[in-house]
Design a protein around this ligand. Structure first.
Ligand code: UDP
Length: 319
């Protein structure tokens, strides 16, 4: 192992984003310890890493005490149910992993004198009254609504991370992740892209919620990984938005997916979920300035790669 190779802990290692992070660090020759309790993660996402000598998997729930022997350089906390239907079904686990789990990992970082990067979210902005969202916007979150379990846990996570930085002088990083897509999303996780993709590939009706005029801004996973990597290596302890500012209405997005799938599916409208944000677009000035980062993959290309992945899952059936 070379002198600049690091020992890195990734939580949520078997999840969509966690597994991509593990890939990147393993490829770079670092020693990676992936932790996951497999609540919403899937070992298939990291099967290919298990034989690698610089990858280790640990089946553990980070909401309980975390210990890894030996020195650790970096910790990336990516464990959490992250799609609305998941955290609606798992409200308490969602609250715990970003509160108790973050507390455990900050304590772990302190004991190892390690740098820790926590995965926060555009959900800290709630249903935003300012548009686009800069890091200075404080958000509009309903704490007792169905999404509150995720949003408030992530807001608490940010507060606790800042407190550890200020009180214990821990090196901390906070990434606010906007909607991200790409291979390894679960087809049945209920989010817009996998839902539309499955429906389009199976010739079912496409379920757009509300009138489809709400907006999101979708970032391809490779771009996100690059942004996170740069943030980790930067010295910025303030939150940084990482996302793609290319905003689209959900109805237009559904039409793009149907066209790409070459499908005959038609769009139908279903009730809008409670507290579904009306609009969302990152202001990425801070990431541009501090990290020299901006997304490179246009949605047409990212969607094509992701549809190829969904097709490769086969009959699409029961992921
Ligand atoms: N959505 C939809 N149909 C679906 C799933 C989601 O119209 O089958 C909408 C959802 O109401 C929201 C947007 O797509 O307005 C993005 O939803 P997603 O669950 O992907 O993520 P969110 O940004 O809401 O966390």
């Amino acid at each position: 192992m070379s002198a600049d190779s690091k020992r890195i802990v990734v939580t949520g290692a078997a999840g969509f984003l966690g597994s991509h992070l593990c890939d990147r660090f393993v490829e770079e020759g670092h020693d990676v310890i992936g932790i996951d309790n497999l609540l919403t993660g899937n070992l298939a996402n990291i099967d290919h890493l298990l034989p690698q000598s610089n990858f280790q998997f640990c089946h553990h729930d980070v909401s309980t005490f975390v210990h890894v022997p030996g020195p650790i350089d970096y910790i990336l906390h990516f464990a959490s149910p992250a799609s609305p239907i998941d955290y609606l079904q798992l409200p308490i686990q969602t609250l715990k992993v970003s509160s108790l789990g973050t507390h455990n990992l900050l304590g772990f970082a302190k004991s190892k004198r390690a740098r820790i990067l926590v995965a926060s979210t555009s959900e800290v902005y709630g249903d935003p009254l300012e548009h686009p969202q800069t890091e200075d916007y404080w958000g509009n979150v309903n704490p007792v609504g169905p999404r509150g379990v995720y949003d408030e846990a992530k807001r608490f996570q940010e507060a606790l991370t800042m407190a550890y930085h200020n009180v214990h002088d821990i090196e901390t990083r906070i990434v606010r992740i906007f909607n991200t897509y790409g291979p390894r999303m679960r087809l049945n996780d209920g989010r817009a892209l996998p839902a539309f993709a499955r429906q389009a590939l199976e010739g079912e009706d496409i379920t757009v919620f509300g009138d489809g005029s709400q907006t999101r801004s979708f970032c391809y996973v490779d771009d996100l990984m690059e942004g996170i990597h740069r943030l980790l290596l930067s010295d910025c302890s303030d939150p940084v938005n990482i996302g793609n500012p290319d905003e689209v209405t959900i109805k237009d997005f559904a039409e793009e997916v149907v066209a790409l799938a070459g499908s005959q599916s038609r769009i139908i409208f279903k009730p809008l979920p409670v507290d579904d944000p009306r609009q969302r677009r990152p202001d990425i000035s801070r990431a541009r300035e501090l990290l020299g980062w901006e997304p490179q993959v246009p949605r047409s290309e990212g969607l094509e790669r992701t549809m190829d992945y969904f097709r490769s899952l086969g009959a699409v059936a029961d992921d």
